[in-house]
Design a binder for this molecule. Sequence first.
Ligand SMILES: Nc1ncnc2c1ncn2[C@@H]1O[C@H](COP(=O)(O)OP(=O)(O)OP(=O)(O)O)[C@@H](O)[C@H]1O
Ligand SMILES: [Mg+2]
Length: 340
Amino acid sequence: MAGRSPAIEQTLRMIKLVAASRCNPILIVGDTGTGKEVAARAVHTLRHRDQPFVAVNCAALTATLLESELFGHVKGAFTGADRDKTGLLETAETGTIFLDEISEMPLELQAKLLRILQERSFRKVGGVKDIECRATIIASSNRDLKKEVREKRFREDLYYRLNICPILMAPLRSPERRQDIPLLAQHFLKTSNICSHRPTPVVSITRLALEALSRHSWPGNVRELRNVIERAIMFETTDKIGLSSIIIDPIDGEPLPLAPSTDARRKDFSLEKAERELIARALHETGWQKTQAAALLGITRATLYAKVKQYNLQKDKPGVEGVSLPASEPAEALSSSAPC
Ligand SMILES: Nc1ncnc2c1ncn2[C@@H]1O[C@H](COP(=O)(O)OP(=O)(O)OP(=O)(O)O)[C@@H](O)[C@H]1O
Ligand SMILES: [Mg+2]
């Protein structure tokens, strides 16, 4: 699990504590994309890495199908049951059964799950034999389970049975986790194989691009960040992800840095505009400290002076402030290497 923030440190401590105990069931809660499945796999690895990890999405199946998937069925239990079927609870053996999106489990199945948690045994659909449940049961939810209980969609007794030592996954935007954004970005850059066939791999991220990532509120959390990084790797034409390749929402009107325009004059104009805006912003953000601004832009002081003159940039002159994101970075925009 990548992360060094106080929130993730706290989560890791909890994962270790719970994994080392005999706590069963285990509940993991957090918004979508915060890493609940990653946490579940971490608990599993720490507790019994050589045993099976079986994941079931409770939202993906109808009540009948989910029941037969979880418990299995005996031959003749219902039309079409032409042979015995082993359920996932049994398949998990002494490993882990991960009940993803537990809040979506139909109420009648919630009652059956509660019974399993209390008696540690179950029966196949249509079966008469009690089968011991030896697996660690990990349930996850991105809904507020207390609210689900209040609204009578989730059984209160099951909620309290699950809620022994919950593992909480903080949203990426929370002050306790925000500092993980650059670290996670670097992590995905390093581990992504989305363009692994490219002759010049993308190996780093510019400071401005990281700043843009840090400003976003990440409603889709770590998953959204991963997508943005993978998209940036695809669009990037140099070995360093720049602002122009950071597209937070590709279907929300943000222009995609795709094929160059055939109208050379228009292209030149937009590049100049982007360069001017970027230089203005670097100057503004460094309080017109030219050495710092040049370092931020990755150019020499002499080049910066030349550009300031070329674009007639002046301190406190309109256009120097309020540069909107995303903007293009000149060096990258001028690169001729093709994206993958
Ligand atoms: N700490 C982390 N380090 C590295 N990758 C992570 C981390 N947290 C999450 N991810 C990655 O982010 C993505 C989403 O994580 P995961 O599937 O665990 O989220 P989730 O909370 O289960 O989401 P959902 O509620 O939508 O099911 C995955 O690709 C996962 O590998
Ligand atoms: Mg999940």
